[in-house]
Design a protein around this ligand. Structure first.
Ligand SMILES: *[C@@H]1O[C@H](CO)[C@@H](O)[C@H](O)[C@H]1NC(C)=O
Ligand SMILES: *[C@@H]1O[C@H](CO)[C@@H](O)[C@H](O)[C@H]1NC(C)=O
Length: 498
């Protein structure tokens, strides 16, 4: 009796030790910066820049080995993690398998992207650079080639029984305001079905846990991007998140903060969609004013469990690219600055650094090789600067990463955001004036810095003293964003000659 329980305890302790040795926790992810890769469109193994028709629904040839070969391009911008498309085996129909969201077998791989050896080699190459691997996963649905009403469930793995899916009766979501429908009806349609998993079924819940306990260590995965979170009942997610033993960053595609934030009580992090909608509106249109964004920032901070564990993004593979709304380069820089310095773990979608301008899915999935992986492009270098500023900020100030941002100044077209203590904070000043705007001076009455501190605007290297009441004299040149930082923290960093 005693020896059995002791043995169980020893095995438990060893398993826990082994798991924590590999796994990256939410707190470890906080300091990361993520580059989102749409695997089929990132890099081919052969490096032939084969033409890929914009909007094409099918394979253009990107692979895991292609990613491994191009890690310098990603790390060169300062990213410390990548998120890749789902890796598991998908339906045969290439129009639905190229993105990876139509799984048939969780224990197999999408062979179009390479072999198990290729995926492990990618994980190893990342590890040797100190970078993390985040893999996209879907629990809400599988895929099937054939009619929704004629699914041969035995071809799916590991959920191979009709009762593992929502089938009484099969329905397709029509009313997105009806949460039961959102959770229990299917997305997709009768001809291209996405069989909706019955995630309340005990066998299914166990099946996901068993799969994650194999999958995460098998491919040395450090974090998960979780698809279609709002389409699954909330109580499922803590089971899933816990079994994975890594940071989970989920997709709740909704702009309503009251609807959105409660999901963070069930999962480590979420892509900050309510902020995404506000920053896209504000920064894409010089006639828009900042009020809605300022309000959303406050509401997110008060309603969400921890905004510093959310994913901060301004583009992804589902939404029209920012440059599809405006070609203005100053606005493009402002939204990138916001994305990378505001609360959350920054996520930049491949191609944003090359100012790609495709419309919504499938036009936002341009092959990156058309850019020739240009490391001299203006936004490649801007992203690199933002990653460097962010990492300097959290290296020099221990409170930066968990600090909840505050808006210290806003008017119709300018928003200043503070992160950190008064003597070691980073102040980001963004605007939506546009590149043609006249230069602009303003005195921010209370920027947040300690009085009389000497600060440097890191992108222009202009130096300015905070006045004796905490006011800061800010210049806005050609609609560009600016970042103010204490001068005394710069020596040794290389910034502005220090
Ligand atoms: C899901 O499975 C559970 C357990 O077998 C069952 O009670 C429930 O009715 C199923 N739900 C739906 C919507 O099919
Ligand atoms: C925006 O997207 C649409 C649809 O893909 C496309 O026709 C248009 O050319 C895009 N605009 C720009 C500026 O690229």
């Amino acid at each position: 009796m005693f020896s059995t329980s002791l043995r169980v305890f020893v095995i438990y302790a060893l398993t826990t030790l082994l798991q924590t040795a590999n796994a990256a926790t939410p707190n470890e992810w906080r300091s990361r910066s993520i580059y989102q890769i749409f695997t089929d469109r990132f890099a081919r193994t052969d490096e032939f820049n084969t033409y890929c028709v914009p909007g094409y629904r099918g394979f253009c040839g990107g692979t895991w080995q292609g990613i491994t070969n191009k890690l310098d391009y990603i790390q060169g911008m300062g990213f410390t993690a990548i998120w890749i498309s789902p890796v598991v085996q998908n339906v045969a129909d290439s129009a639905r398998a190229y993105h990876g969201y139509s799984a048939t077998n969780l224990y197999g791989l999408n062979s179009n992207f390479g072999t198990a050896g290729d995926l492990k080699a990618l994980a190893k190459a990342l590890q040797s650079r100190g970078m993390y691997l985040m893999v996209d996963v879907v629990a809400n649905h599988f895929g099937y080639d054939g009619s929704a009403y004629d699914v041969d469930y035995s071809t799916l793995n590991p959920f191979n029984q009709r009762e593992h899916f929502h089938v009484n009766p099969i329905c397709f979501i029509e009313d997105y305001a009806n949460q039961i429908e959102v959770e229990q009806c299917w997305i997709g349609d009768g001809d291209y079905p996405l069989p909706d998993v019955n995630t309340t079924h005990p066998t299914v819940r166990e099946g996901f846990s068993d799969w994650l306990k194999w999958f995460i260590p098998e491919y040395s995965i450090d974090g998960l991007r979780v698809d279609t979170v709002k389409h699954v009942e909330k109580p499922f997610w803590p089971i899933f998140n816990y079994a994975s033993n890594v940071y989970n960053l989920g997709e709740v595609l909704d702009g309503n903060i009251q609807y959105f934030c409660p999901y963070q009580n069930y999962m480590d992090g979420l892509f900050a969609y309510p902020i995404y909608f506000q920053i896209t509106q504000f920064f894409s249109d010089p006639s828009a004013t900042s009020a809605n964004l300022v309000r959303a920032i406050g509401d997110m901070t008060s309603e969400c469990k921890d905004t510093t564990l959310l994913g901060s993004f301004s583009e992804n593979h589902d939404q029209a690219r920012f440059a599809n709304y405006t070609q203005d380069m100053a606005l493009a820089r402002n939204i990138i600055a916001y994305t990378m310095i505001a609360d959350g773990i920054p996520v930049i979608y491949q191609g944003q650094e090359q100012h790609f301008s495709g419309g919504a899915d499938p036009y936002d999935r341009e092959a990156l090789w058309t850019s020739n992986y240009d490391t001299d492009s203006p936004l490649y270098n801007f992203v690199k600067q933002m990653n460097a500023i962010r990492s300097m900020s959290f290296t020099k100030s221990s409170s930066y990463l968990a600090w909840k941002q505050t808006v210290t100044y806003s008017d119709g077209h300018i928003i200043a955001i503070r992160k950190g203590e008064a003597n070691s904070m980073t102040l980001m000043v963004t605007n939506n004036l546009g590149e043609g705007a006249a230069d602009y001076n303003l005195n921010m009455p209370n920027a947040g810095f300690a009085t009389r501190l000497k600060v440097v605007e890191l992108l222009s290297c202009r130096e300015v003293n905070v006045d004796q009441r905490g006011g800061l004299d800010v210049q806005i040149i050609s609609g560009l964003p600016s970042i103010y930082y204490p001068q005394y923290l710069l020596p040794g960093t290389g910034w502005c000659g220090y």
